[in-house]
Ligand binder design. Structure first.
Ligand code: SF4
Length: 448
């Protein structure tokens, strides 16, 4: 292939883990001499990082693959690669439905992409690579993870897979069982990010705060947080996605003692009804969930919570739904990722009887999202006239975009050189989704 034509386009569906995995793919492509394309039309490789948490994302994949048939025919030698959770779940079925796909790459094979892709370039024969790796193999492979250049926010995978088996969730089947990375490789990767200018470290895992629980010789999740908190170049630490049942007193104490641990907790609720939570196999009650919220508020009064909610779980009643709404009123989340239940392959809940009509479920979802938008609008408005500390992440069309310690999106006019800096911003306007303001003392970056 001609050097100038080696261009790639990456499309990512789903969670932050998928964003990080696509960065790992990109670093391997760069090693192979590929550069990012400005548009899909000028690319030679179309890589899709897929999500299988909801049926909709899977449908989106097949509709995208349909349109790529024409794209592939337009230029000789173009390749299509499907990676991530749908690849792991569907395997050969992807090639049966979309024979123009060249490589199906399972979740444990992300770090072996270069090897498999080179093979299809040489042989021209489509491949399906979805092998589960052992703990040692995966850790050895993750040693080579490279940071994304120049980003103020660095995503670091510390744990993969999940052993919880919530009855609605496909993750244990697409990402496998829990595997934690050795702490030294995590710290080494963080230091590499810091040397390239990262200020905020986001620890990633499907069940991130279960980190280390299977490895006696590893630090616990909380001990790892303290170790990262000691690195002076780290200005902010976040983590996602945790499980409420691993929010023990030690983690709550960490919010008191680690100043760089941001006052933000993503605490997936899923439902406010104990009946539904039980059928979901979530392992906590509404009361236990609210207790964690209260304890975290005592530890860090300025803390904000975000959450995930499934509406219309099989058998959910109007009363169950109202209990979820009560929690929404009590906690006043800063953001809610809410979705209609969608039956996923291999999961128990796909077989549960479900008498609730789809129209009722849609009304519930509409009601929840509308109320949540009002809450965000009301709470954002309260920040008008206050000052927030913002880490600037990007500069687009003359506007800086960043986040407050609580994770709220903030916009302001400013110098692109401020990307990667933390400055104070006086908020003068809000929407339900963002805060807008003026930068104070732009030449003197403030400390967190
Ligand atoms: S804890 Fe999260 S990732 Fe694990 S099964 Fe439950 S919802 Fe899925």
């Amino acid at each position: 292939m001609d050097e100038e034509k080696k261009k790639y386009w990456v499309e990512v569906f789903g969670c932050q883990m998928n964003i990080r995995d696509s960065q790992i793919i990109e670093s391997q492509l760069k090693r192979m001499g590929y550069t990012p394309a400005r548009t899909p039309e000028e690319s030679d490789l179309y890589y899709i990082q897929t999500c299988s948490v909801r049926e909709k994302a899977e449908h989106k994949l097949y509709s995208l693959l349909g349109s790529l048939k024409k794209w592939k025919k337009e230029s000789h030698g173009r390749k299509v690669v499907v990676g991530g959770c749908v690849a792991q779940q569907e395997r050969e079925r992807i090639l049966e439905k979309a024979p123009h796909v060249d490589l199906v790459l399972g979740t444990h094979e992300t770090r072996n992409f270069q090897e498999h892709f080179s093979q299809i370039l040489t042989s021209g024969t489509p491949l399906v690579r979805v092998k589960w790796h052992t703990y040692d193999e995966l850790n050895r492979l993750s040693l080579a993870d490279e940071p994304k250049e120049g980003s103020p926010v660095a995503y670091v995978t510390i744990q993969e897979g999940c052993d919880e088996f919530c009855t609605f969730c496909v993750v244990p089947f697409t990402r496998g069982r829990e595997i934690s990375r050795p702490p030294e490789t995590i710290l080494e990767e963080i230091k590499r990010h810091l040397s390239k200018g990262a200020k905020e470290i986001v620890l990633l895992g499907q069940n991130v705060n279960a980190y280390g629980k299977k490895n006696q010789s590893f630090p616990t999740f909380v001990e790892l947080l303290y170790q990262i908190g000691e690195l002076k170049e780290v200005k902010r630490i976040r983590f996602t996605s945790p499980h409420p049942k691993y929010y023990g007193p030690d983690l709550i104490q960490a919010y008191r003692e680690i100043p760089t641990l941001t006052p933000q907790a993503h605490l997936p609720l899923q439902s406010g009804s104990n009946e539904v939570l039980k059928r979901m196999n979530r392992g906590y009650t509404k009361e236990e969930y609210l207790h964690i919220v209260e304890e975290l508020k005592k530890a860090r009064p300025e803390i904000q919570f975000s959450t995930d909610i499934i509406v219309g779980f099989p058998g959910e009643t109007e009363e169950d739904f109202q209990e979820t709404m009560e929690v929404i009123e009590k906690v006043r989340f800063s953001q809610v990722y809410s979705f209609l239940f969608s039956p996923r392959p291999f999961t128990k809940a796909r077989l549960f009887p479900d008498p609730v009509p789809e129209t009722v479920k849609r009304q519930w979802l509409y009601h929840l999202q509308k109320r949540q938008e009002e809450i965000q609008e009301e709470d954002h408005r309260k920040s008008i006239g206050t000052t927030v500390e913002v880490l600037w992440e990007v500069h687009e069309k003359g506007v800086l975009k960043g986040r407050s310690p609580q994770g709220r999106v903030v916009h302001a006019q400013g110098d692109p050189a401020l990307v990667g800096e933390i400055t104070s911003v006086l908020i003068d306007r809000t929407t339900p989704y963002a805060l807008y303001g003026k930068i104070l003392h732009p030449s003197v970056p403030s400390l967190l």
